[in-house]
Design a protein around this ligand. Sequence first.
Ligand SMILES: [Zn+2]
Ligand SMILES: [Zn+2]
Length: 145
Amino acid sequence: MFCRNCSAALLPNANVCTQCGVPAGQGKHFCPNCDAPTDELAAVCIKCGYSLNQPYNTYTVNGVPVQKKSKLAAGLLGILLGALGIHNFYLGYTNRAVAQLLLGTVGSLACGVGPMVSAVWGLVEGIQILTGTINMDANGVPLGD
Ligand SMILES: [Zn+2]
Ligand SMILES: [Zn+2]
């Protein structure tokens, strides 16, 4: 991402541009996606096609905006409902989610520790999500706040 005011490169979650002090996403001089100069009235960047009116932190895949999943929601789901794999369903890691769901449900029939294993597994993943060790969903889209 680039500062819309001065075109300085910004960290993905920066709130303010460290070059010019303008809040990230404010300003109309440069494309946040490719750093090209943009007209103040332009709705899209003529160089890369990025839609300039969308919320600043929108993540795009091949120019198409995608919704970032919430890191906080995913982390809490892992900690609270990790035994059922809910956080992995949320993030799209379906195989892992089904494994946890099976462990957390029918796993108790096979051997009593199934749900405990999946609960600890989910708890650890929930913490990894909150601390940023797991920082993207199954599609490779970074997690939002
Ligand atoms: Zn700036
Ligand atoms: Zn652009």
